[in-house]
Design a protein. Structure first.
Length: 137
C-alpha cells in the first residue's frame, strides 16, 4: 500500500541490513507492490518407488486441459539429485481467484477421465505439496 504506514521488525544479520533496508524502501515506495500481477504455482509429488513415470503421464494428460484454462509457462520436472521419484509440475497464472475457482471445479463431480487422473495420482503418489509464489520479475 504505497503511502501507507507499515510496521515490521527487521530480523537479519548486521551485514545484511543495508540490502534488506534497500529492499524495504523499494516495497514502501510501491515499486514492489505493482508487481506483474502473476503467480507461479508448483505442485511437488513424491511418487511411490518407481512410480514417477505414472505421475508424469498424469501431468502430461492434465497439461492439455491446463493450457486451455490459461495456465502459462507450464513445466514438468523430475529429480536429478535429491529425493528420488520426485515429480514437479510448475505453471503461472494471472489470478489467484481464477486458479482457486478452477481447482475447486475440477474436484466437484469430476467426469470419468478426470476421476481416472485423480485416482492415478492418489494411487501412485506417496505425498505431495503445493507452493504459490508471486512473480516479481
Amino acid at each position: 500500500m504505497p503511502g501507507g504506514k507499515w510496521r515490521f521488525r527487521l530480523m537479519c544479520a548486521p551485514r545484511h541490513r543495508r540490502i534488506v533496508n534497500e529492499f524495504l524502501c523499494t516495497v514502501i515506495d510501491g515499486d514492489y507492490l505493482k508487481g506483474l500481477g502473476m503467480y507461479m504455482f508448483r505442485e511437488v509429488f513424491q511418487a511411490e518407488r518407481g512410480k514417477a513415470p505414472e505421475i508424469v503421464a498424469a501431468f502430461k494428460a492434465l497439461d492439455q486441459g491446463f493450457e486451455k484454462a490459461g495456465y502459462t509457462n507450464r513445466r514438468i520436472y523430475v529429480d536429478y539429485t535429491g529425493s528420488m521419484d520426485t515429480v514437479i509440475y510448475q505453471w503461472e497464472m494471472d489470478s489467484l481467484d481464477q486458479y482457486f475457482s478452477m481447482e475447486r471445479g475440477f474436484f466437484i463431480d469430476p467426469d470419468a477421465d478426470a476421476q481416472g487422473l485423480i485416482d492415478s495420482m492418489n494411487s501412485n503418489a506417496r505425498s505431495g505439496s503445493k507452493e504459490i509464489y508471486e512473480v516479481i520479475q
